[in-house]
Write a protein that binds this ligand. Structure first.
Ligand SMILES: [Zn+2]
Length: 375
């Protein structure tokens, strides 16, 4: 089934952009800022569809005209995508057009709320670092110098604009400053950091706000995902739907094994092993550390649900259930609130760039104490 392309929970911003488009006051070059999972690409697609629609009577894009249909197929000839890629084997240029099929496939399958992790996975990049090359900039200039196929607007989306190299950005400067008639540039980047000041000064900056918890929850639940995992994912996703989806769906066998080890070591108050475990946590990297903390929160919550006699409400895989039945003896009303708030605090610290090893070592010390706290 195709994923919806609408921007989730961004109605206010979508309306503002639509009003500007209708009033003819849309900036010809905009920089949407915010992590990709907030929906910048969805907003860009919606705006392009509206600009291209030939059947509109005041309201939204009609959904029936040839332009709308081309948009729905991701085949509109005047909507251009540039995004970070690597050089394909045997080629000397890194061009988005070589990966356009993969890009469209990801958009169709996942919808527009994907991020660099998803795109890298989809393009199977391994450790290679994708970027937007100066050759791609030349391609953009060439494309935009041509007349629009449908005689209307040309929309150039530059996704992951922070991956433009300096020469790429410099090559695009002039066209961003003085684009051909009826051309709109929509650049998307996590933030204004890593974007050349000369580009920033020529674009209107449009901050895309985080998606609200309610909207993120509804979106995940609408995909039929497990409610308890959805709850944890919503708490930890920072208003980013790409992260939320990963938090709620990724396989957790590795996390389960780590959680079991960690709780055993903490219960045994084994300081030496706790130290080496903190190193292991540190090596996971920040995204996986947060993922693990979300998982730990989920497990602790499931144990307490089980303790209050609501065994049928417990959402655990068979492999997890056996452990949780024994482990839940150590989770009770005397420690569960503190345990949850320690896990949440650790996740915030990780987000705030506190050194991973320190966070997990402190957290382990707290867990040692909490697990032995009397009921
Ligand atoms: Zn239409």
């Amino acid at each position: 089934m195709e994923a919806t392309r609408e921007a989730i929970g961004q109605e206010a911003l979508a309306n503002r952009l639509a009003e500007r488009a209708d009033a003819g006051t849309l900036a010809h070059a905009m920089l949407f800022t915010g992590s990709p999972g907030r929906g910048g690409l969805a907003l860009a697609l919606g705006l392009a569809r509206r600009l291209h629609c030939t059947g509109r009577e005041g309201g939204e894009a009609c959904g029936r005209c040839p332009s709308c249909q081309q948009h729905d197929q991701l085949q509109h000839p005047d909507l251009h995508f540039t995004f970070p890629v690597v050089k394909p084997p045997g080629k000397d240029k890194a061009l988005s057009s070589d990966q356009l099929g993969t890009w469209r496939e990801l958009l169709r399958e996942a919808g527009p709320h994907f991020d660099m992790v998803d795109l890298r996975d989809k393009m199977a990049l391994g450790n290679k670092q994708p970027f937007i090359s100066v050759h791609e900039a030349a391609e953009v200039l060439r494309r935009l110098s041509l007349t629009a196929h449908a005689g209307g607007w040309k929309v150039q989306v530059i996704w992951g604009a922070q991956s433009m190299r300096t020469d790429t950005a410099n090559k695009l400067l002039k066209v961003i400053e003085e684009p051909p008639a009826k051309t709109v540039f929509i650049l998307l980047a996590d933030s204004t950091e890593n974007i050349l000041a000369t580009i920033l000064s020529r674009t209107q900056i449009v901050p895309v706000p985080p998606v609200s918890k309610g909207d993120a929850r509804a979106w995940l639940e609408g995909q039929g995902l497990d409610r308890s995992r959805v709850a944890d994912a919503v708490d930890l996703c920072e208003g980013d739907l790409a992260k939320a989806r990963r938090l709620a769906t990724e396989d957790t066998a590795g996390e389960f094994a780590m959680f079991v080890d960690w709780m055993r070591i903490s219960f045994a108050r084994d300081g030496r092993k706790a130290t080496s475990m903190a190193d292991a946590f540190h090596d996971l990297g920040r995204e996986d550390q947060k993922q693990f903390l979300a998982y730990a929160l989920h497990m602790v919550r499931q144990c307490i649900v089980g303790n209050y006699g609501a065994a049928t409400a417990v959402r655990l895989r068979a492999s997890e259930r056996g452990f949780a039945e024994k482990f839940s003896a150590y989770i009770h009303h005397g420690n569960v609130v503190d345990m949850q708030s320690e896990l949440e605090k650790a996740a915030r610290d990780i987000t705030g760039n506190v050194y991973g090893r320190t966070v997990f070592l402190d957290l382990s010390m707290r867990m040692m104490e909490l697990l032995h706290r009397p009921r």
